[in-house]
Design a protein around this ligand. Structure first.
Ligand code: HMG
Ligand code: MG
Length: 305
């Protein structure tokens, strides 16, 4: 298959997926600065934080402070995770100019993961999301979903394309605008990823399907290439390869944004992202965390400076 995609939209999920998983506390000021550096590098979609229970994920307890602190740039879309109405209401309790442009409801293709991550069954999660989707859309806020464990589950093991499609249908049924297919534990390989993606593409148009790949087994770039072959052109990625899910033990970070941009630049696919500034953003947050960026491309480029 040849790749005909000419432009890719990258959503940097580092401030959320990345920093939700850090053991050490990260100040809101550093999170805000990271968002600023990502937008300065050309990112036009940034997943900033999540409105989840602080008992479950204390790292995101400063959500309102971070949303209030970011300096917004025209043309940048800022998204947040909202697992229930309480989360949406908290996000919308702020002045309107601090509202997210997009929210993410997150479900799973595996019952076991749904229970561990959001404390309810898949069916129950959809019933929780239904009023969230309607209330957000009534305010002109776009709704994306993440379908976790689409390629495998740390508790259930194998997950089939049929199981993925079941949840895609349910998300479509409650009018979620965009379908994100997530390999939470990074076990997918290209042909299996295509099989899962194809199920999403049976219900959503190409522009409304995206991939979210953790890189635990080093397959994320190959999986993105496999998605490009299908024409998918939106991907989540995380600056410096930060990330993981507190409820998916052993899962490493997301594919690093720098590595994806290096791949896409090499393929002649436009991302609108300035690699040097992106590497700076990754170096910044890595220094805050006291370690080198997990991105191979960033490390190679930093070594040449
Ligand atoms: P629950 O305990 O079933 O909820 O948790 P509840 O409705 O029974 O409420 C229990 C307590 O939580 C109450 O407080 C509520 O007020 C509070 P208490 O009376 O005990 O003091 N609460 C909230 N507080 C703040 N914000 C809220 C909220 N909702 C309830 N929105 C719940 C259910 C969904 C809240 C919980 O399970 C939770 O917060 N889970 C979040 C887990 C999480 O954030 N995981 C990581 C993000 S998902 C991810 O990383 C995957 C992704 O990257 C894709 C991939 O890689 O797969 C997206
Ligand atoms: Mg994730």
């Amino acid at each position: 298959m040849t790749v005909t995609v000419e432009r890719v939209k990258l959503v940097d999920v580092g401030p959320r997926d990345g920093l939700q998983n850090e053991k050490q506390p990260v100040d809101a000021a550093h999170k805000i600065e990271l968002v600023h550096r990502l937008q300065a590098a050309g990112l036009r979609e940034i997943e900033v934080t999540s409105y989840v229970s602080p008992k479950w994920v204390p790292q995101m307890a400063d959500n309102a402070q971070v949303m209030a602190g970011i300096r917004r740039e025209a043309g940048v879309r800022y998204s947040v995770l909202t697992p229930n109405l309480k989360g949406l209401e908290a996000a919308l309790a702020a002045p309107r100019e601090q509202w997210p442009d997009e929210i993410v409801v997150f479900g799973a293709a595996s019952e076991a993961f749904s229970q561990r991550n959001i404390n309810c069954s898949i069916e129950e999660s959809i019933e929780r999301f239904r009023p969230v989707v309607a209330a957000a859309q009534a305010q002109g806020i776009k709704v994306r979903c993440a379908i976790s464990c689409a390629l495998g589950c740390p508790y259930q093991g194998e997950v089939t394309p049929d199981e993925v499609e079941r949840v895609v249908r349910l998300m479509k049924g409650i009018r979620v605008d965009h379908c994100g297919v997530a390999d939470t534990i990074g076990v997918g390989t290209p042909r299996r990823v295509q099989a899962a993606m194809e199920r999403a593409l049976e219900h959503y148009p190409l522009a409304e399907v995206s991939g979210h790949f953790h890189d635990t087994y080093g397959q994320a770039l190959a999986n993105i290439y496999a998605c490009l072959e299908l024409g998918v052109s939106t991907f989540d990625a995380s600056i410096a390869g930060l990330g993981g899910c507190p409820y998916a033990k052993g899962a490493t970070g997301n594919v690093a944004t720098e590595d994806v941009v290096y791949l896409l630049d090499g393929l002649g696919i436009d991302t609108g992202i300035d690699m040097a500034r992106l590497v700076d953003a990754g170096a910044y947050i890595s220094e805050v965390l006291g370690r080198a960026p997990a991105s191979r491309a960033a490390r190679a480029l930093l070594a040449k400076r």
